[in-house]
Write a protein that binds this ligand. Structure first.
Ligand code: GLU
Length: 486
């Protein structure tokens, strides 16, 4: 046991052909968890050999996302584009040993072959034309100056099988595999070649990757056999589906991972949520710290069936994590969102003390940090924008005017402006005015916040302060009066 623990080496091997999304990061997380649980090594390898599909900035985004989630790597990042000689050497060796061959077929020929196959309803795949070239034909084609690709000689029949740690025994018919390309004419390796060469040289013990790569694995196994190398153990992680059970896509909010950060999800909530997309401790535990997940993570508890992404659950979890933050930490995190999203008229830098007073009033309600500016905007702006009808939601005009006038009279003389003193004068005032407290406080709430739903009224008024509240009550009164005059 101790030995296998010590030899766990896993890698996250993204292609920088787009920004990392939820599925990519779930793969990274599971590799990281597996490495940490087994005191193993987590390697980061950037598979940047598909030059035409590289996306500028994608590698940085991958590194940033991993850092944000605390998925620290022990080796790398290695870049495949810096290792081209190595792959070429292996391809040459395979050609030398006649396990692979040079293919001179032009893109035009391949295209018409493909058309023909479609017409005949045959499975697509290379027809092995160049596999059978004679020495003379080869010399002739070479003289024509075409740059060849290197193709692997797949067996015509038989089966290739491997044991998947999650999916069990997997068997592929070799007849379904064509002679796939190892080295492209631009000198870059294909995914298949570079991936297995690196997994071998980097002594990867376990390949944990998305389900979609399962169909590539028999090719990899054949390559390992051809090279006389011991393959790593494979574990294909379950797919992630949207709530409608279609493959997760942008439509389900499965946008690039940095958008979750920008929308105010906490890394610890994200890690917890992602860990449960395909893994579970038991059938009920939802909240686990990073340490607990590391402690318990095992492939035995990774499910064979697809996981379903549920945005509402993520929001709920994030809300729970937000409520668990200390006042200090919540404030610190909230500040950057306030700085970013409050209307430009609000003067920056924001006052940290003031934010400390506001935060306890909304910490219970925010599901994401990006909601904080919206929930608290009325604490910061000078002028509230709301429709006078909002004041008249549950009360009739003349009565509202009377209630605001009476409130102003009481509050202007109030000695101490704090929540308890405010409550002590306003609660009895509802009785005096013969109004239900809900109706009366509702009116005051709209007057001081501009909205019907806001944090507890007296605390809010306390934090807003005397001048702002009195001024807002006067503005509300003016609004009502000018409405009534009309
Ligand atoms: N470069 C592949 C990807 O983008 C790696 C797949 C694998 O892990 O083998 O996911």
């Amino acid at each position: 046991m101790a030995k296998s623990k010590a030899t766990v080496r896993v890698r996250f091997a993204p292609s920088p052909t787009g920004y990392p999304h939820l599925g990519n990061i779930r793969t990274a997380l599971f590799n990281w968890l597996f490495a940490r649980h087994n005191d193993g090594t987590f390697i980061l390898r950037i598979e940047d050999t598909d030059v035409a599909r590289l996306v500028e900035g994608a590698t940085d985004m991958i590194l940033d996302s991993l850092r944000w989630l605390g998925l620290d790597w022990d080796e790398g990042p290695y870049f495949q584009s810096q290792r081209l000689e190595i792959y070429r050497g292996v391809a040459d060796q395979l050609v030398e040993e006649e396990l692979a061959y040079l293919c001179y077929c032009s893109p035009q020929r391949l295209e018409s072959m493909r058309q023909e196959q479609m017409k005949r309803k045959q499975p697509p795949g290379y027809d092995r034309h160049c596999r059978h070239l004679t020495r003379e034909q080869r010399a002739e084609t070479e003289a024509s100056g075409v740059t060849p690709v290197v193709r692997f000689k797949s067996p015509f029949e038989g089966q290739t099988s491997f044991h998947d740690l999650i999916r069990g025994e997997i068997v592929f018919e070799n007849s379904t595999l064509d002679d796939f390309v190892l080295l492209k004419s631009d000198g870059y390796p294909t995914y298949h070649l570079a991936n297995i060469v690196d997994d071998h040289l980097m002594e990867i013990s376990h390949v944990l990757r998305a389900d979609e790569w399962l169909s590539s694995t028999p090719r990899h196994v054949l390559l390992y056999q051809a090279l006389g190398w011991q393959p790593p153990q494979f574990a294909h992680l379950p797919m992630i589906l949207g709530p409608d059970r279609a493959k997760l896509s942008k439509r389900h909010g499965a946008t690039a991972i940095d958008e979750y950060r920008d929308q105010g999800y906490l890394p610890q909530a994200m890690v917890n949520f992602l860990a449960l997309l395909g893994w579970s401790l038991d059938d009920k535990t939802e909240f686990l710290s990073r340490q607990e997940i590391v402690k318990h993570f095992s492939l035995d508890r990774v499910s064979k069936t697809a996981a379903v992404f549920n945005r509402d659950k993520l929001d709920w979890m994030n809300g729970v994590y937000l409520r668990g933050l200390s006042l200090e930490e919540f404030s610190q995190r909230a500040i950057s969102f306030l700085e970013r999203d409050l209307p430009s008229e609000v003067e920056r830098l924001l006052d940290a003390n003031y934010i400390h007073q506001i935060v306890p009033l909304i910490q219970e309600r925010a599901k994401t940090l990006a909601e904080v500016p919206q929930l608290t905007e009325f604490f910061f702006v000078e002028k509230l924008e709301y429709d006078v009808d909002l004041l008249l939601g549950r009360i009739e005009g003349a009565e509202a005017v009377g209630a605001l006038q009476a409130s102003l009279a009481k509050l202007e003389g109030l000695q101490n402006w704090d929540a308890a003193s405010l409550e002590a004068v306003l609660r009895p005032l509802a009785d005096e005015l013969n109004l239900k407290t809900g109706v009366f406080f509702g009116l005051l709430r709209v007057a001081v916040t501009g909205r019907t739903a806001a944090p507890p009224l007296f605390q809010t008024m306390d934090v807003l302060g005397r001048e702002r509240c009195l001024q807002r009550l006067r503005v509300a009164l003016d609004k009502l009066c000018s409405r009534l005059d009309r």
